[in-house]
Every structure is written in C-alpha cells, then in structure tokens.
Write a protein that binds this ligand. Structure first.
Ligand code: NCD
Length: 498
C-alpha cells in the first residue's frame, strides 16, 4: 500500500527512528569534511524516479531541500513553484491537479494555503504524497528535521540517540496559534513524553483544537504551577518556574488519576514526576517561530507584533537558559537576534542543513528504495465518517470550505469520542459535538443520539449528524414522530468500542 506523510502521526515511532538511522547513514557516507551536518555528492539510488513539488505558497528551505535531497539521491525533479504559474489560477482543483501530475512523477510534495489540502491530494492519487505545510495546520517534515536536530545534539552529549524525550523540557515561543511547524512538533513531543512550556506572544496561544488533540490522542495535559502540591514556596514564587507546562504521563492510565482537584494525588504518587518538576526549572530547548502574519487578521497584527517575544544574548544569560539550545524553523524576522548566530547554543542553521539528509531518507523510504523501512500501513487512531449532508466544518481555512474543492469534496470526520459523541474534521482538526441524528434516505431526525452507532454500522452512508436542530431544519430534514423507543432498545443501540 502506498504510504504518504500528511500528519506527523502517519509515521510510527519505530519508522521515525528508522528514517533517522537512514539519514545518519547518508551523513556518514556523504557528509562534507568539517561539516558533519551537510550532505555533498550524489548517489544513484533514485535514478529511475521523478519527484514533483507543487508549491502554492512561498518556500525556500522546504522546497529547495526536497529538491536537493532528490538530486543527491540521483533522482529528477519537476516543480511548480507558484500557484500563479499553475492551473490552480485557472480554477483547477487539487484532485484534478494530482491526477494529472501522477502521470509525470513518482512522488508529490505539496504546500498549500488550505488546511487539509495535502490530505485531499493523497486521497486522489496512488502516489505517495508529502505534506510540506497545509495552511496553519501541520508541517510534519519540518518536525522530522526538528526531532533529528534535537536527537543529534543529545547524541553529542552522549545521551543516546533514541526518541524517548521524557527528560527534555522545551519552551515554545512566538506564534503557537498559526505556526504549523509548532502543531506537528507538539504532537511529536507529547508522543515522546517531553515537557512543553508554551510561551506564546499575546493573541498567539495554542488553538483549542490542538490542545484537544494533545489531550485525546497523547494523554498530554496542562499542569498549572498553583496545582502542584509538591512545589516549595520558593519554587512557587520563583520566576524560574514556569506558570504552566504540558506533561504526558508515561502510562496513559495514570492520566485517569488526574482529574481537577485530584491532580496532586497523582503527583504525590509519582516520584518520576517530582524529579521532572525540578527539571522544569531549566530549559533544554527553545523553539522560536516568527509571527505568521499571513494567517492573522490585519486588525490583530499590530498588537501581537508589538509584544512579540524576542530571543537575544541577554535572555540566554538567564540561569534557566544557560544550557539551552535554540531552534527556529526559519525564516526569522525580529524574534531571534543575529547576535546568537555565533553562540554554539544557536543550532538553527544546522537544523536547516539536516533538512537534506532527513528528506533524502524520507523520500527513499516512501519510494520503497529500502523496502523494509516502512510498514505497509499504520493503523489510524480513530474511525472515520463522511458526512454527505449535515455538519460542515466552520473553519474558513479548511479545504472543505473552498468553493472549488466543494464541487467534489464531502466533509470527513474522525470519531474521536463516543461519550459525548465528538467528531474531528479529518482535514483541519476542528472538533464538533453533534446533537441530532438523521438519515440521508428519509431525512427524518431525532435527538436520540444513541441511534448513530446502529446506522453507522449498518449503512454508514445513510448517517447524517447535525450540531443543532436548526441546522437539520435548514437542511430540509424533519423531526421524526412516532413511537418512542424503549430504554432497552436504546441500550441495545448504545455504542460499543470496536
Ligand atoms: C516554516 C513554514 O513554512 O511553516 N518554514 C519552513 O518550512 N521552514 C515556518 C515559517 O514560515 O515561519
């Protein structure tokens, strides 16, 4: 089965490690003398393959490092660098574009302004598709470069090369709202158990759908300073200690011990966590990002830009940052002072250089140049459901809201919870709680939510869910009258875990 990389979750932990080992191998064999992070020369591994880059948004690093990676592997590249110079400007849909390009190339790398665009591309071609950034949603290959850089710097410190980052504290600075690199990165960090300190610019906090995914899929939750019983008064009052931090328990079941006021019980139980509280006072890595001005309303721009957190030598002199590495996906604007370029803690140019070996390894893996490197598929975390009618995603940047794409695209949702029933837009991750169940075939609705599972199992294409009764009425559905179902019937139809 063809594998694509749309979300960082599309790769298992073992597969990420295998990709990194292959990147290590490329660097061992091809590094520039004196620059162990830079690949030079060319192999003929991919000589029979063509990579196509479809970039509908500006890019320097991502596109050029993919192209460089393909050339270094011995392959060819064809490129559509500007939306304006491609048929998209004539109204061509993503589905049509990839169905054409699949005849010209063997792998597609796509960057697009709409969230979920890369997933649409992958759904309409048999070729592997790589998401090189879809709006403010995800940028999984940047995350591979970020993790590889983190792993490399830890390797130098002899802390091993595996991906268990549960002794790492990472501070995320800047635009956590629209920074797609940040979103893919936090999912990976939560998966690998790192502690995450969000330090957003005003108005640039992590969006709620990202926080929901952190909690649901990775059992990662926010811990506030005031809620930690084990803290000494000195720590509680110290500025060195972050106000809040995201942590992921090693064992997901421990999470269930943490509910509101019981938080302290869990923390008193866990020695590991007590140790980790102390470690929160020093930061191992700052991940800085620029203000994503192209994704903000112009009205919010001035406020955020004014108080945007900047990193300079003075800040890195503070006790908690003395050993801190600084990463940035680049490009930078004013948030990262040029004076750090000479400081060995600034690793952002190496991080950009690692883009080549990491993308060489990813391309080689997806083209199956090393057949056993990736499994044939990774089991999805959730079941999916296509809503032909019913709930529409309200995110204006979601690909399902685009007029062009609406000609053929139905909203698609992951069923992320059953009590209460919660759907997540498969394209952009926004979550919805339906309150009305209806049928496509007879357009009769009920607010007895327990019926949804029965319809879904028997005739999924007949299931229609709405968030509100008004939406059902507006869509021409009518309330179903008639015999009320008995409690026993309802129980029989109650969802059961698959
Ligand atoms: C990032 C992007 O495009 O999201 N750049 C990159 O790919 N290295 C970050 C940004 O544009 O700020």
């Amino acid at each position: 089965m063809t594998r694509s990389l749309i979300s960082i979750d599309d790769l298992s932990t073992d597969e990420i490690e295998a990709i990194f080992e292959l990147a290590d191998r490329f660097l061992d064999e091809m590094a520039t003398p004196g620059k162990p992070y830079r690949v030079r020369g060319r192999r003929s591994l991919a000589r029979d393959f063509i990579l196509s880059t479809l970039f509908y948004e500006p890019s320097t690093r991502t596109r050029l490092s993919f192209e460089s990676a393909m050339h270094r592997l011995g392959g060819q590249v064809i490129s559509s660098a500007e939306g304006a110079s491609s048929s998209a400007s004539k109204g061509e849909t993503i589905a049509d574009t990839v169905r054409v390009v699949e005849n010209y190339a063997d792998l597609i790398v796509i960057r697009h302004a709409h969230e979920g665009a890369a997933m649409v591309a992958a759904d309409y071609t048999d070729l592997p598709v790589i998401n090189a950034g879809d709006g403010g949603h995800e940028h999984p290959t940047q995350t591979l470069c970020d993790l590889y850089t983190l792993r490399a710097t830890r390797k130098q410190k002899n802390k091993g090369k595996d991906l268990s980052f549960n002794d790492v504290t990472i501070e995320l600075r800047g635009d956590l709202k629209h920074g797609r690199t940040v979103h893919s990165l936090v999912y990976a960090l939560a998966r690998f158990g790192a502690r995450i300190i969000p330090s957003p610019a005003p108005g640039c906090e992590l969006p709620s759908h990202v926080k929901q995914r952190l909690a649901r899929d990775y059992h990662c939750f926010l811990l506030r300073k005031q809620e930690i019983d084990d803290l000494s008064d000195d720590d509680r009052n110290s500025e060195d200690f972050p106000e809040f931090v995201y942590v992921t328990p090693k064992e997901p079941h421990q999470r269930t011990l943490w509910t509101g006021a019981e938080a302290n019980v869990w923390f008193r139980l866990s020695l590991d966590q007590r140790k980790s509280l102390r470690e929160m006072k020093t930061v191992d890595l700052i991940y800085a990002t620029r203000f994503q001005k192209e994704r903000h309303d112009s009205s919010s721009e001035d406020d955020a830009a004014e108080d945007y957190p900047a990193i300079d030598a003075k800040m890195l002199n503070e006790k908690r940052y003395r050993q801190t590495q600084v990463m940035h996906p680049l490009p930078r604007v004013d948030e990262l002072s040029y004076e750090i370029d000479q400081d060995p803690r600034g690793v952002y140019f190496k991080q950009a250089a690692y883009g080549v070996p990491v993308r060489m390894a990813l391309v080689a893996a997806l083209l199956e140049l090393f057949p056993s490197l990736l499994k044939s598929s990774v089991a999805p975390r959730h079941e999916f459901f296509s809503n032909v009618e019913g709930i529409r995603c309200v995110n204006a940047r979601c690909v399902t809201r685009e007029e062009n794409e609406q000609r053929y695209l139905s909203p698609k949702f992951a069923i992320v919870d059953e009590t209460p029933l919660t759907l997540r837009c498969a394209y952009c991750d926004l979550e919805y709680e339906p309150s009305i169940v209806s049928r496509y075939s007879n357009k009769k609705y009920t607010d007895d939510l327990s019926e949804w599972r029965e319809i879904y199992e028997r005739t999924p294409q007949d299931l229609v869910l709405f968030v509100s009764e008004q939406e059902a009425i507006d869509a021409g559905h009518q309330r179903r009258h008639g015999k009320k179902r008995s409690a026993a019937q309802k129980v029989a139809a109650t969802p059961t875990a698959k």
